[in-house]
Design a protein around this ligand. Structure first.
Ligand SMILES: *Cc1c(COP(=O)(O)O)cnc(C)c1O
Length: 359
């Protein structure tokens, strides 16, 4: 604390990201990173952007990330003016809060969801109301039929992994024409249906994507919003009042190349999905209960063991999983899907800790 702090700094509750341990070979299953590297085309694109002398770095990058947005627009069957690019989807979401979610009425999001939403709401002074998930940890669309300044949730939801079908999303967007519905599809590529196909039909739908999970580029910080050109225009107006160059040259080159190598993307997401099904079966055999996951993580609890203690015991073995000290979910662990070898290391450690318990 300091007397130089602004009022808002006193009121903030910053988001706490998952630990990035300073260990040579941790089994890192705590931040939903992809266990596979990005496409080799990404490496070539970065090398070619740098060249021998990194000459191009003298100059500012394209403030509109035009080539990247054209590539991603073509990939999703959208027009380039329906695509906004930002420095990670967290920054995209921050822009969305300022540009589209600050109104008279509170915005609505689930009580159990991505914990950055309340952080942004406080930072930007956006009123919000949380809507409880049902007892099966699922979003009930009908609960959102109330006056609101916007609706926001991930699909699949985080940290539960549960996905709603596209028909539910469409029903929500269609029944809520007076404010924007933001679907954060950070995990959609691991088994859910994207709402991008609805964008031409609904001017109040915004879909947010990231390259951090399914495209293995968490270290590059590239995210997108897709929606009606008028919504994208609002995001650009905020962006150009904050930072004209959110994406550097290397990030633009890397992300463009990642979208040009669809085969690599499909192979890696396919492997993660197969490992998720395998890990789910094996954790179930150890007595864990799980919400069926459509994401690159599972959300598991064990009736016989305290989740925080389990996470701490795993950590001693240099295995990192995520535990949230939050209401309703403090007995769950969110476990990112690693390679099969990493999942096996986790399972062996759990068998050790649980003392051979077989449920
Ligand atoms: C990981 C995640 C993000 C943030 O992704 P970045 O692009 O790395 O900032 C956004 N929303 C949800 C639900 C996430 O899990």
């Amino acid at each position: 604390m300091s007397r130089y702090w602004s009022d808002i700094v006193h009121r903030l509750t910053p988001y706490v990201p998952g630990e990035q341990p300073a260990l040579a070979h941790p089994v890192k299953l705590n931040t939903n990173e992809n266990p596979y590297p990005p496409s080799p085309a990404v490496v070539s694109a970065i090398r070619s952007e740098l060249g021998e002398t990194a000459e191009s770095l003298r100059r500012y990058p394209d403030p509109t990330a035009r080539m990247l947005r054209e590539t991603v627009a073509a990939h999703h069957g959208l027009k380039v003016d329906q695509v906004f690019a930002g420095n990670g989807s967290d920054e995209v979401l921050a822009t969305v809060f300022q540009a589209l979610l600050k109104h008279e009425q509170p915005i609505l999001y689930p009580d159990v969801t991505y914990s950055f939403y309340p952080t942004y709401a406080r930072l930007y002074d956006v009123a919000y109301r949380t809507i409880p998930l049902d007892d099966a940890f699922q979003i009930r669309i009908d609960d959102y039929a109330q006056p609101n300044g916007g609706i926001l949730f991930p699909n699949p939801n985080a940290p539960t992994g549960h996905a709603l079908p596209l028909s539910d999303i469409e029903r929500l967007v269609a029944s809520n024409p007076d404010s924007v519905v933001v679907i954060d599809e950070a995990y959609v590529d691991f088994g859910a249906q994207s709402a991008i196909s609805l964008i031409g039909k609904y001017p109040n739908l915004l879909v947010v994507h990231t390259t951090s999970k399914s495209r293995s580029l968490a270290g590059m910080r590239v995210g997108f919003a897709f929606g009606d050109a008028a919504l994208i225009d609002a995001l650009n107006r905020v962006k150009d009042s904050f930072n004209s160059y959110p994406l550097d040259r290397l990030a633009q080159a890397a992300a463009t190349a990642a979208y040009q190598d669809d085969a690599w993307f499909r192979e890696c997401t396919g492997k993660v999905i197969a490992s998720r099904e395998r890990l789910t079966a094996q954790l179930t055999a150890l007595g864990f209960e799980m919400v069926p996951s459509s994401a690159n993580f599972v959300f598991a609890r064990h009736g016989g063991y305290d989740a925080a203690t389990l996470a701490a015991q795993l950590r001693e073995k240099e295995i990192f999983v995520r535990h949230f000290k939050l209401p309703r979910i403090d007995q769950h662990l969110r476990i990112s899907i690693g390679t099969d070898a990493e999942c096996d290391t986790l399972l062996d450690a759990l068998k050790d800790i649980l003392g051979g318990y077989v449920g």
